[in-house]
Design a protein around this ligand. Structure first.
Ligand code: SF4
Ligand code: SF4
Length: 435
């Protein structure tokens, strides 16, 4: 089935690495593993400097319901536990491990016993899994459903809409079986009535593969989505796949949907088979400053300089390095920052692509309004933010902004609308906390 409802923008795809099967990088000399790679309470370190650790060993314990454990991605020696300034501005403890190169696996890495829903959820938490394509929301929280009868859809997000990134596409092509097995596990232990995988129509190979592999399952639908950014935005996908809208302040569960990214789902089924927790990531390495773009598999905590080095190093001075894609990615201060659980790309751009055009006055063209997938009025939000009018920001539904960047992308005046939206959301949050 294909659909026609459109929203968003035609961002250039730049899927240069679509044909690049992932290559595993050599074990780095050192990894830096932060304790806050997820939304919610940072994990608590349970190792100290001088401890020897093995691959898959817990080095940070979950510190609350919205938290997951963190594991060693290399075997070696803990050399320090440092306070680290993360790219989002938050400080967090990080465990620094000097690798011994042996990659000895911890004795605790064994397939979990999973016969009940409780055991399944406990396993998902123990795996350290967070949504691998997004903001780092612990997957166990997403799957902890009070009323299984209320879940109509499992939506598998295969709409990898950010320019450049192809790591999910590689998972869909190289590991289709594990994605399907992951969906079956969710059906068995959480209980959706129907499964839909949404894949953008610029990935015909993946669409065909899933159509073939699921042809005999009447409850599994493969949906070709228009290749329009941000098709993979959770709310956009839900709307376009089911016609349902997630109201302000509500979650996909409130409209009977669970949305899980393809790589997250593949990981769940591999974890149940092997017991190896989340210790490595497949990610896309690209951008005009990178000598040999490609997809790589690297231990979590690897300094991203090592990942660029594996891809031939820089062919031009990198002027902008991003965690993630150009639309929603975060600019990082240097290539010494570590690979995180939810990074699906690192991009390095040379001078030309990194130079911002000068901002000019709003010409009231309305393009930002037309481009917004959730129907917001970014230019008016910008005005309300400038005059610090929180009531007006609430009336304009600024909290519905998913920070996709479509408005900034289309703005001929090059106004920093998405940045303003983020600041405006913070203003609204602060005001509501004071009440
Ligand atoms: S206002 Fe928010 S949701 Fe709308 S286009 Fe801009 S960033 Fe995206
Ligand atoms: S797209 Fe830019 S110039 Fe046009 S109305 Fe929006 S903010 Fe103003």
């Amino acid at each position: 089935m294909s659909i026609k409802r459109l929203s968003g923008v035609h961002a250039p795809h730049h899927k240069n690495t679509a044909e690049c099967a992932p290559q595993r990088i050599p074990t780095p000399d050192k990894v830096i593993i932060p304790m806050n790679m997820h939304i919610g309470a940072p994990s608590t370190p349970v190792v100290k400097a001088g401890d020897l650790v093995k691959v898959g060993q817990v080095i940070g314990e979950a510190a609350g319901f919205v938290s997951v454990p963190v594991h060693a991605s290399v075997s070696g020696k803990v050399v320090k536990i440092d306070e680290l300034l993360m790219a989002n501005g938050a400080k967090a403890k990080a465990v620094v491990i000097e690798a011994d190169g042996l990659q000895e696996v911890a004795e605790t890495v064994v397939p979990p016993t999973v016969e009940t829903t409780e055991q399944f959820l406990a396993a998902v938490r123990a795996s350290g899994l967070v949504g691998l394509g997004g903001a780092g929301f612990p997957t166990v929280v997403k799957l902890s459903v009070k009323n299984p009868n209320s879940i109509d859809y499992l939506l598998i997000n295969g709409a990898e809409c950010e320019p450049y990134i192809t790591s999910d596409l590689r998972t869909m092509i190289d590991d289709c079986e594990h994605i399907i097995k992951g969906a079956a596990l969710i059906k068995k232990f959480v209980g959706q009535k129907k499964t839909i995988i949404g894949i953008e129509d610029n990935k015909p190979e993946a669409i065909k593969l899933f159509q073939e592999k699921t042809a005999n399952d009447p409850d599994f639908e493969v949906m070709a989505m228009p290749s329009l950014y941000p098709q993979g935005g959770e709310k956009v996908l839900i709307h376009n796949a089911t016609g349902r809208d997630v109201p302000e302040g509500k979650l996909p569960l409130d409209v009977g949907c669970i949305v899980i990214n393809v790589t997250t789902l593949a990981f769940i089924s591999k974890y149940i088979e092997t017991g190896m927790p989340l210790i490595e990531k497949c990610l896309t390495v690209d951008g005009s400053a990178v000598a040999k773009p490609g997809n790589v598999i690297a231990p979590i905590g690897t300094p991203i300089a090592k990942i660029f080095e594996f891809c031939g190093g820089y062919k031009a001075e990198p002027r902008k390095i991003l965690y993630g894609g150009p639309m929603m990615g975060i600019s990082v201060p240097s290539d010494e920052v570590p690979l995180l659980k939810n990074n699906n790309a690192v991009l390095a751009f040379a001078e030309k692509e990194a130079t911002l055009a000068p901002t000019t006055a709003c010409i009231k063209c309305g393009r930002c309004v037309a481009a917004c997938p959730v129907g917001l009025m970014p230019a008016t939000i910008e005005h309300a933010f400038k005059i610090k009018n929180v009531d007006m920001l609430n009336e304009l539904k600024v909290m519905l902004c998913m920070e996709c960047g479509c408005c900034s992308f289309v703005c001929p005046a090059k106004r920093e609308l998405v940045l303003t939206n983020k600041l405006a959301k913070a203003m609204v949050r602060e005001a509501s906390q004071k009440k």
